[in-house]
Design a protein around this ligand. Structure first.
Ligand code: PRP
Ligand code: ADE
Length: 198
C-alpha cells in the first residue's frame, strides 16, 4: 500500500538520524560538524530520503547541486526523477564565462560560480512557472544557500525565464545558526524544505 507523505518524511528522518554523525570542534573549534556522508553507504536509507523528496517535489524542471556534498544529493535525485542537473561549483572549477557570488559560511568564506551558458540547451515549460530545486546537505548560517539562490536567479534572468519558483531542499539544518531566517529575510518567494533540523 502507498505510504503517506508523513510516513515517507518520518522514514527519511529516521534514516538521517540513524546514519549521520556529529563531530565537535571540526573543521574548527566551536563547530559541531554534521557528517551526512554515511547515508550514501546505505542504499535503503539514501533511497528513503530520495523517495520522500520525490513526493515532496513534483514537476521539477531543473535540479541544482551545490559543491560538493550537494552534487551527490542533487545528481541522485535528478536522475531518480528524470530532471536535468546543474552544478554550482567553487570558484575556478568551471570553464567558460561564469557568474560568481562570494559568501561566508559557518566556518569560513568561499565563492560560488555558475556557467553563463549552463541553461542554454535546456527547454523549459512556457505554460507554467519553471520549477527549480536547489539541493544541498546542510543549512547552517545560510550564506551558501543565499549565494546559490542569487546565482540561479541571475541565470534564469539571463535565459529570459521570467516566471519561476525556486525551492530549496536540505537533509539537515542547524536551528541555532538561523540560516532559514537569513534566507527568508532576503528571499520571501523561496521555499526551504529540511528533513531533519537539529
Ligand atoms: O549554511 P552555511 O553556513 O553557508 O554552510 C553550509 C554549507 O557548508 C558546507 O559546504 P562546504 O563548502 O564546507 O563543503 P563541501 O565542499 O564539503 O560540501 C555544506 O555542504 C553547505 O554547503
Ligand atoms: N555544522 C556543519 N556541519 C556540516 N556542514 C556544515 N557546513 C557549515 N556548517 C556545517
Amino acid at each position: 500500500m502507498q505510504s503517506t507523505y508523513s510516513e515517507l518524511l518520518a522514514s527519511a528522518k529516521q534514516s538521517i538520524i540513524k546514519q549521520c554523525n556529529v563531530y565537535q570542534d571540526y573543521p574548527v573549534k566551536g563547530v559541531g560538524f554534521l557528517d551526512i556522508s554515511p547515508i550514501f553507504m546505505s542504499t535503503v536509507d539514501f533511497d528513503n530520503v530520495l523517495t520522500y523528496w520525490q513526493h515532496r517535489f513534483t514537476n521539477v524542471d531543473l535540479v541544482v547541486g551545490l559543491e560538493a556534498r550537494g552534487f551527490v544529493i542533487g545528481a541522485a535525485f535528478a536522475q531518480k526523477i528524470g530532471a536535468p542537473f546543474m552544478m554550482i561549483r567553487k570558484k575556478g572549477k568551471l570553464p567558460g564565462q561564469c557568474i560568481s557570488e562570494a559568501y561566508v559560511k559557518e566556518y569560513g568564506a568561499d565563492e560560488f560560480e555558475a556557467q553563463v551558458n549552463a541553461l542554454s540547451k535546456t527547454s523549459f515549460p512556457s505554460d507554467r512557472k519553471v520549477n527549480v530545486l536547489i539541493m544541498d546537505d546542510i543549512l547552517a548560517t545560510g550564506g551558501t544557500l543565499c549565494a546559490s539562490i542569487e546565482l540561479v536567479r541571475k541565470l534564469l534572468s539571463h535565459n529570459n525565464v521570467k516566471e519561476y519558483k525556486i525551492s530549496t531542499s536540505l537533509i539537515s539544518s542547524i536551528k541555532v545558526l538561523r540560516g532559514k531566517e537569513k534566507i527568508y529575510e532576503k528571499y520571501n518567494d523561496v521555499s526551504i524544505d529540511v528533513i531533519h533540523e537539529i
